[in-house]
Design a protein. Structure first.
Length: 152
């Protein structure tokens, strides 16, 4: 996915674990993943961002993400609830959603794919493997994968 010339590539990271946020930022920097990373710590804020409500009502502060990285275990609204809302919304459904979770449970994976997740990745416990995975996500979804251009 190439960023449009007039707007940068944006990734919405929905993650409540601050350590994981730091690792993803570090990995993107180390792997030269050039994107604006917007982080929200819970499902409610994710939907506020995506539907441009409350503090995110200004489109210049809430650009349409090119990719959503979504944890499943979140406060306020679960990742499943966020995924369902995104994929039900005609204006958002085409945004790739990568579930990035600690859950190995088959039921969680089946539910995520049934809700139209584009990918399901389990966070490695090992530091180096976590960094590699985050870098691979950035390379795949933002450099190698192609999608049609879309306006905000």
């Amino acid at each position: 996915m190439i960023a449009q010339a007039d707007r940068p590539t944006t990734i919405l990271l929905v993650e409540d674990n601050g350590d994981h946020v730091v690792l993803i930022r570090r990995s993107f920097a180390e792997h030269d993943v050039r994107a604006s990373l917007v982080v929200v710590p819970d499902g409610e804020q994710a939907l506020s961002y995506l539907f441009r409500r409350d503090e995110w009502s200004d489109p210049t502060k809430s650009p349409r993400p090119n990719l959503i990285l979504l944890d499943l275990r979140l406060p306020r609204l679960s990742g499943f609830q966020v995924l369902d809302e995104v994929k039900r919304s005609p204006g958002l459904a085409d945004i790739p959603v990568v579930v990035l979770t600690t859950s190995h449970a088959d039921a969680d994976m089946e539910r995520a794919y049934a809700s139209h997740a584009n990918s399901y990745l389990v966070k490695p416990v090992e530091f180096d493997r976590f960094l590699d995975l985050a870098g691979d996500i950035g390379r795949y979804w933002l450099k190698w994968n192609r999608q049609p251009a879309r306006s905000a």
